[in-house]
Design a protein around this ligand. Sequence first.
Ligand code: ARG
Length: 599
Amino acid sequence: MKEQVFKFLKQEYPNLDFDVFYPPEGLGDYSTNIAFILAKQIRGANLSPERLDKPDVLGPNIKKIVEEVIGKLKKEFSKEFEKIEVAKNGFINFYLEPSFLQQQLKSIYKNKRNWGRGNLGRKQTVIIEYSQPNIAKVMHVGHMRSTFIGDTLANTYKYLGYKVIRWNYLGDWGTQFGNLIAAYKLWGDREKVEKNPIETLNKLYVKFHDEMKNNPELGEKGRQEFKKLEEGDKKNRILWEWFRIESIKEFNKIYQILEVKFDTIISESFFEKDLKPLVSELLDKGIAKKSEGAIIIDLEKFNLSPALIQKSDATSLYLTRDIANLKYRISKYKPSKILYVVGNEQSLHFQQLLAISKILNLDKTKLDHVKFGLVLGEDRKKLSSREGKAIHMMELVKEAIEKSRKKIEESNKEYSEVQKEEIPKVVGIGGLKYFVLKEHRNSDIVFNWDEILKPIGNTGPYLQYTYARLKSIMRKSKWFPPLRLRSFRWYIMPNWIGRRFAKINISELKSEQELRIIKQLLDFPDIISNSAKLYSTNNLALYLYELSSRANHYYETVEKLSDYSKRPERNARLLLVETIAAVLKNGLNLLGIEAPERI
Ligand code: ARG
């Protein structure tokens, strides 16, 4: 409606630069400042801001014109608005008509599984790159935010009709593999690596770094091994391939538990063969130049430090591979957008990449670095284990599941064996994901188990609990919803019984509380398209939290959900309850969180 009002006014007053927005509570459902803008145009610019609060802000002549505006609006939107009026401060406020809202609810209900789906992205491809852990190292909390945010954005874009390529660009090339190969050759034990690959390789890697402090020659050794790897040395290739395969197996275990999927894992190493030709091409075109034996691209025009694309020992860099990757993606998929979901720390890298994309005329595709803050421990330092090391993602996930299992065991509720297995997983992982996604991505997160698993408040378990509760109301009410009834009635029930069951008196949904909820349900599509626009997850999370608290409150205050004697009212309320549940489920699923029927 907000958009429709805007469109209508724009048609009527194409030259005015006004706005339609959500006003503060109590001032209607939408507001517009068009009256001021009109007044300013008529009276010139002498309408000072101080005067805006005065009762006669618009003056008698202008009042007439405003009344004309309102007249047009009332004629156009007679069904939709109960009241359109100009307030003393000059804003025009719109109040939605209850019967219009009730009809809207019916149509959301009919379309509830697809409510908010859109075709904004028709015929457009977006590449969303997320998670991106590094081979032979553990996936740690730093990758957690990228994994969850990226997955949510991918779901959101898909919901809006885009073709989404989910891309896990693994860190599987670079000097660090030289170091790892050197470490393995020095101290490695084949059997140990076979038994426990990532753990062992990670230790080797850390040891190498520790030793390097006292023995700088090791650094040189690492570089040499990488150079050999890039030049195709057989032995190094075999080692690298082995480390890579083992790592991917390990990552897949985590993705499987988290239910995070990718369409491609084409990674850094894939571009290795393109790098030399790329560097020469850039040199030939005069885009890159030699500097002290290395090769750089000057980015002074963009106010950025020069981008190093080849080291003086002729080995490649992270950035070189990203340039090759960008060219590949654009020629293969012709995407309208590429999103890199990567932490704040890599801002400079992506600024350089974006600048280079402009130099190379690759900027028809919109590139964005979707950055995010750190995950901190309760001491507000970067979250790490007791020994000061990065925390494994797998440990974190297992702990979330274990902790929620304990809570469920303490609750004394009766669960089947399957539920005892499933619920802790769904709640533990849901809690963890929600905890990350409810935060604005730019802020740092302070990790706190109590907050993650709290059953009440702005948490995943609370949202899941609300959903399960709504579903249980529906089960207990034994209500036959009209849509399902249709196929049912044809075969089993005589028509007249069917009609009695399904009779819904939708106009009974008229309390403040009910209308508020319907309005919120109507906002869902807007929330989703905004999330896509802002690359945000926190808005949707907040929306679902508010919807859940309203739903819980509703359930507690509304009477007669089980009173059969008032069937038409009761059915209307159940229809509302079922619609809330469906929207809640869709929203949770967009966040990659499961909505359990029971908790
Ligand atoms: N693997 C890198 C890391 O863990 C992140 C990769 C980001 N993506 C990119 N296209 N550079 O730091």
